[in-house]
Design a protein around this ligand. Structure first.
Ligand code: ZN
Ligand code: ZN
Length: 133
């Protein structure tokens, strides 16, 4: 899959030819607050996608108790990617900033217990109230 995308102002871009490790919608509170009603994320091997421009990172302790680092454009604020020690070796690109958002195919939904009542939890794929083990 040829993943291409970038932030709203185009200061941060990425591209890479890569097979996604997995594709997830995360409805946790932190993902919601970081932009959007949830985070649609594509896990790819670290280094498989090349970034241009300078993203800023923010780290916090997730509901799971693990540290998650989220990167965003310091100019326009678009969320670009995230990383967590729980999935070492992977970078999670945000599907919201793909040039073609339909490259994202959700395989599961996680943290649906924190989903906003008005948000859409994709039917027909496995759904977990918290994070699966
Ligand atoms: Zn930007
Ligand atoms: Zn989340």
């Amino acid at each position: 899959m040829d993943l291409k995308g970038g932030c709203l102002c185009k200061a941060v871009r990425f591209s890479g030819s890569v097979e996604p490790a997995f594709q997830v919608k995360c409805h946790c509170t932190d993902c919601r607050k970081s932009g959007g009603s949830h985070a649609a994320i594509i896990g790819v091997p670290d280094g498989a996608v090349a970034f241009t421009g300078e993203a800023r990172e923010f780290s916090s302790i997730a509901e799971s108790g693990r540290e998650v680092t989220r990167a965003f454009c310091p100019v326009c604020g678009s969320g670009i990617y995230s990383q967590t020690a729980a999935a070492a070796g992977l970078v999670f690109v945000r599907a919201s900033v793909l040039d073609d958002p339909d490259q994202f195919t959700p395989q599961m939904s996680v943290w649906t217990s924190s989903a906003a009542a008005w948000d859409f939890v994709t039917p027909g794929v496995p759904s977990f109230s918290e994070s699966p083990a």
